[in-house]
Design a protein. Sequence first.
Length: 143
Amino acid sequence: MDFYPTIWNVIHDGSIIAVRGTVPGTVQLDISIDYLRERFPDAGKTIQITLTGCTRFAYRDFEESEFTTDFPAIAAFEPEVLSGELRDGLCVLDCAGGVLEVRATDGSLALDSGRAITLQELIDVADAYWTEWSERAKKARQT
């Protein structure tokens, strides 16, 4: 599935601030990632990820010994996604304060304005941001 782990690596530095839905079933996440979200002209503050066919969504904070599947508890940690990789059909996300495990058959993206976006659209926005960031950093080193 192209959605994994690409989406998680694109939203690097994004924080999961809300989780809704059911496992097994559909899970919707609100991702706070200002530097990407503000590049879309639509009003709003978050990017939404909808996971379909979700059979695993569990988070373990580094200070905890067990994974939790309680959505409000996961959202309270506001896991900041650093990277994701596929391990035996399970997408394992390294987060700033813990580990998130996700297994789903598919997914989709939208802005909190309600407009659906494609993964490629989000990748293009992220690539443009990082290109500009690199150019600014290069100029700053030269001065």
